[in-house]
Design a protein around this ligand. Sequence first.
Ligand SMILES: Nc1nc2c(ncn2[C@@H]2O[C@H](COP(=O)(O)OP(=O)(O)OP(=O)(O)O)[C@@H](O)[C@H]2O)c(=O)[nH]1
Length: 218
Amino acid sequence: MAKQYDILCRLLMLGDSGVGKTCMLRRFTESEFDPSHISTIGVDFKMKTIEIDGIKVRVQIWDTAGQERYQTITKQYYRRAQGIVFVYDITNKPSFQHIAKWASDVDEYAPDKVQRILVGNKSDEELERQVTKDQGNKLAETFGMEFFETSASTSSNISESFTRVTELVLQAHKRDVDNLLGSLDEYLEKAALEDLQGSQDPDNNTPVPVPVRRKCHS
Ligand SMILES: Nc1nc2c(ncn2[C@@H]2O[C@H](COP(=O)(O)OP(=O)(O)OP(=O)(O)O)[C@@H](O)[C@H]2O)c(=O)[nH]1
């Protein structure tokens, strides 16, 4: 059985209801866009495997409900997040103003090492724009985050933003990743050696074990 991925990373999407979190996630994982708005209840997640610097990363992305009434549930997911995608809607100023609140919740409930990016979604709706790109950039700078404008509708910057936050997570966990890859190399060398020895011994029928799935932090 071929190894399917090297590392698992957990991302969390946060932002007001209707900013397009579910659509962004579906665009990234399924290359689809559904214009209807069915509010997420509590949390949901989707997975996608991407390759970064030769490492196969299984990205598990948690999509949270933006509605206030689910906040008690969704906050329970902050603790295990390694990366956060804060999303606002460029055609909805209040959703932009609320980013500060989402960010302060993350400060309170997420691990210190958590990586964050800021995303202004619905960039295809230029005529309806209420938040300028410059305002987005400045807010991101204030919080020390990288900034993207995306469109789940046209797919603009969707893959780039999810890939970037995953890269930031890998960088933040670099030592863990190096250790994992180091032990994988050792393991493969050992397995190859055993395989070679086995092939020289006609009585040796031992199967070569397959690397198991591992996570990128404890
Ligand atoms: N024009 C445009 N519309 C979008 C885009 N992304 C999402 N929408 C629309 O915005 C609405 C809300 O999208 P959702 O993805 O359901 O929003 P959400 O943030 O997941 O909402 P909650 O689950 O309630 O938190 C839907 O009607 C989408 O069609 C986009 O990039 N461009």
